[in-house]
Design a protein around this ligand. Structure first.
Ligand code: SF4
Length: 348
């Protein structure tokens, strides 16, 4: 029998559990308080619970399903945490401090099925979806490092979260519902490689999450050179879904764009991207490529600046950071993008 996981348990599940252990119903409220308001998953530290219940919880639940293996800190104090899963897989998350806000970047899958050709995380394909508890426990590991709840959470680590939708939705529920952790959905960003069915599932949740869409190209032929066919949606469908997201949810989207030398960095692409950004009221986040996968190269600085300037000249809001050599590599460029946004290099 698979034991339920403490980190994603609902109030009803905890009530049923405490009743099963012969405890009064108010114990479930105490347990909820420990898990979701005090971010504590170790029953031994839940000192207002009777010893007998604490012992029973350890045998009746999976209290922690992940372990912090390693933390690497960059010069800018961003920490990349390596989190191991019970079956030997591992994922990464990042704790990203900035003067005005603390951001955690979480993963949703071990490996990634999308397989973008410039991305190391996608190279080995999908190992498996994370459970909701494995997603939420990353948040707790981050709190353990930073000492507090973050101001923002971005799902821009390893994986395409919208392809693990039900578990992502459970994690979003526990993170944002007032009975549980209770963060504002406006402080949570869901990133996607442009998986349209998932964008519509997110719309059905009806909460004002931020949506970041990785375009990386303004025509389907160029995009096909970057993202394999199987999970790539046509740009026209992605743009329609962005329109629907904005209309139904009332939030603007962000377009993520990894700049690759000789592939998508030409002036004509910048002009088209600017027109789309204006049309969708979207902010563009430019991410000069900074890895070495699939033979792709970072554009020359002059080409990066020209691309940025064309976007600005054509009325797009754009974010770019030029520094190279970040010590902490992102899962797929998206993490770096978020980090860059926080570094006050907004060129508006
Ligand atoms: S860039 Fe993102 S969506 Fe693409 S393979 Fe990497 S992790 Fe997956």
């Amino acid at each position: 029998m698979t034991l339920p996981a403490l980190a994603s348990s609902t109030r009803a599940e905890l009530e049923a559990l405490t009743v099963r252990f012969g405890q009064p119903a108010f114990r479930a409220g105490q347990l909820l308080d420990w898990v979701y308001k005090r971010y504590e998953l170790d029953p031994d530290r839940m000192l207002n619970l009777p010893l007998k219940l604490r012992t029973e919880l350890k045998s009746g639940l999976v209290c922690r399903s992940t372990r912090l293996e390693r933390a690497d800190c960059a010069a800018d104090r961003t920490e990349k945490l390596l989190i191991s899963l019970a079956d030997g897989e591992a994922v990464e998350m990042a704790v990203i401090p900035a003067p005005k806000r603390l951001t955690f970047c979480l993963s949703t899958q071990a490996g990634c099925p999308v397989g973008c050709r410039f991305c190391a995380s996608g190279a080995g394909g999908l190992k498996r979806n994370l459970t909701a508890a494995e997603i939420i426990e990353q948040l707790y590991h981050g709190i353990g490092r930073a000492g507090r709840l973050p101001d923002n959470i971005v799902f821009m680590g390893i994986g395409e979260g919208l392809l693990n939708f039900s578990r992502l939705a459970t994690a979003l529920d526990r993170i944002t519902e007032p009975d549980y952790i209770g963060m504002s959905p406006r402080r949570v960003t869901v990133s996607t490689s442009g998986y349209v069915p998932g964008i519509y599932q997110l719309i059905e949740l009806g909460k004002p999450f931020n949506l970041a869409v990785s375009l990386h190209a303004v025509d389907d032929i160029t995009r096909a050179a970057l993202i394999p066919d199987r999970l790539r949606c046509p740009l026209a469908e992605i743009r329609r879904a962005c329109d629907d997201y904005e209309r139904e949810i009332g939030r603007m989207v962000t377009f993520e764009y990894v700049l690759l030398a000789g592939i998508n960095d030409r002036p004509a692409a910048a002009e088209k991207l600017a027109a789309w950004a204006r049309r969708h009221h979207a902010k563009v986040n430019l991410i000069p490529y900074n890895a070495a996968v699939g033979g792709f190269k970072r554009p020359a600085e002059v080409d990066i600046l020209r691309f940025r300037d064309i976007l600005k000249k054509n009325g797009a809001r754009v974010t770019l950071r030029l520094e190279k050599g970040a010590k902490i590599a992102a899962a797929c460029g998206q993490l770096r993008a978020w980090q860059e946004k926080k570094d006050d290099h907004d060129s508006n």
